[in-house]
Structure formats: structure tokens, C-alpha cells
Design a protein around this ligand. Structure first.
Ligand code: PGA
Length: 251
């Protein structure tokens, strides 16, 4: 079975609205391989303006965060309905920066996952180990435990709707990339976990993206690994030409 190929941009806390709209326009003027699903996760302040321009386009709009409640007294937070009202179809859940700086636990992430799925938002669920864990050789156990804890209460059908992103923390924004072999090893471990947890067919279907210093120069080799279905791209997505090259890196 061939899986979806996905290139997802994570602009993080970068660009003003004006700069973000210019970046969106620049990306739109690039030739993007129609066989790749392109998702851009932009700052929440940019969504409305970009959604206006994105009508009828094939680029999917993603949000970097949301709060798992319908509405109410959650000062500063955004609900799924708010995001959907500005055209959001994808949400990042469990990024290591949210886990680290905002103390988002596996249990809280499970709540976000439940809410996203119930609203038909496609979750891009991130996992990944810190450098000490890799140095100790415990990376697989650690990552599979993140997934086990957050996925505990979900049906196979629920899990079949998600996208996973493996992002080793030591490779995020550092210029240090996991080698294609290291990426493939972890992606295969995650896929085998999914096959056991759900079914052979669902494990085969769920796209697993790699994230961590993906650039035009390394994307082709990483995406060429059998269990790597694309990338979640930070730094290199802030340049339209670089991101377009990454989108076009599937052979
Ligand atoms: P990076 O970020 O590409 O800048 O390493 C990836 C991410 O954190 O999603």
C-alpha cells in the first residue's frame, strides 16, 4: 500500500502577519509536486489572512496549538472551532517545545488528541527523545512509551486518522540531523508498534514524518527511507524556495 507523502511546515513563532503573508505568496509561486500533501502550520495570528488567500488552493492550513475544550474561561487559548472557522484542517500535537516549555504531558496530549479527532482535525502527533536518552541507547523504549501513554484510550479507527512525526530533540534547530539509517530504524520501530497496537493494515497506512533540521540538501535521502513518509520542517520552511525543494524531494 502506498502511503500519503506529506511535507509539513512549522513556522513556529516567526514572522509578522505581513511577512507571513509574503512567505505564503512566495510559496504559492513555487511549483509544488501535486503528489505531496503540503501543510503549513503558521502562527495563529496569520491564519485568517492566509486562509483568505488559500481558498481553492491545495495547500492545507495547520495550527501549531489549541486547547482541548469547546469554549469558555481559558484565557489566551484557542478552540478547535475557532481554528476551523479560519480554515484549519491539521493541528500539531505534542511538539517537544510544547512538552518542554509548557509542560504538556502524555496524558494532556491524549486529551488534545481526543478533541482533535472528535472535530475531524488531522493531528500531527510528535514524539522524540532527548540526547541523553539516545546516548544511553534508550530511544526506542522512550518514544514507544510516549505513544503507548498518549494512545491508551483510542480505538484503532481513531488512530488510523493520525499522522505521526518523529522528531529527535537533539536534531531540532541544531543543524544536526538523524542519519537516514537512524531515522529509518525509529520509523520502523514506530510502524511495528502501530501494527501491533492496531492492525497490520492501519500500521501500514499511518504516515510517519521525520523532523529535525530537514533541508533541501538532506530531504531526498531521508524521504527515500522505506518508512519515512515526509517531514515536519521548521527552519527551512521559512524560506519558500527551500521548502518547495523539500516538498519536491520525494522520488
Ligand atoms: P527544524 O524544526 O527543522 O528547525 O529542526 C523542526 C521542528 O521542530 O518541527
Amino acid at each position: 500500500m502506498s502511503r500519503k507523502k506529506i511535507a509539513a511546515a512549522n513556522w513556529k513563532m516567526n514572522t509578522t502577519v505581513e511577512e507571513g503573508v509574503a512567505l505564503y505568496d512566495a510559496l504559492n509561486s513555487q511549483t509544488l509536486d501535486q503528489g505531496t500533501d503540503v501543510v503549513i502550520c503558521v502562527p495563529a495570528t496569520h491564519l485568517y489572512a492566509i486562509a483568505q488567500k488559500n481558498e481553492g488552493k491545495s495547500i492545507h492550513l495547520g495550527a501549531q496549538n489549541f486547547y482541548p475544550a469547546e469554549k469558555g474561561a481559558f484565557t489566551g487559548e484557542l478552540s478547535p472551532a475557532m481554528l476551523q472557522s479560519v480554515g484549519v484542517s491539521h493541528v500539531i500535537i505534542g511538539h517537544s517545545e510544547r512538552r518542554q516549555y509548557f509542560s504538556e504531558s502524555n496524558t494532556f496530549l491524549a486529551e488534545k488528541l481526543k478533541m482533535a479527532l472528535s472535530k475531524n482535525l488531522t493531528p500531527i502527533f510528535c514524539c522524540g527523545e532527548a540526547l541523553e536518552i539516545r546516548k544511553a541507547g534508550d530511544q526506542e523504549a522512550f518514544v514507544l512509551n510516549q505513544l503507548t501513554e498518549s494512545f491508551a484510550d483510542f480505538s484503532d479507527e481513531d488512530l488510523s486518522q493520525i499522522v505521526i512525526a518523529y522528531e529527535p530533540i537533539w536534531a531540532i534547530g541544531t543543524g544536526e540531523t538523524a542519519s537516514p539509517v537512524q531515522a529509518q530504524e525509529m520509523h520502523l520501530a514506530i510502524r511495528n508498534f502501530l501494527k501491533k497496537r492496531c492492525s497490520e493494515a492501519i500500521g501500514e497506512k499511518i504516515p510517519i514524518l521525520y523532523g529535525g533540521s530537514v533541508k533541501p540538501a538532506n530531504a531526498k535521502e531521508i524521504f527515500g527511507q522505506p518508512d519515512v513518509d515526509g517531514g515536519l520542517v521548521g527552519g527551512a520552511s521559512l524560506d519558500a524556495e527551500s521548502f518547495a525543494q523539500i516538498v519536491n524531494s520525494f522520488s
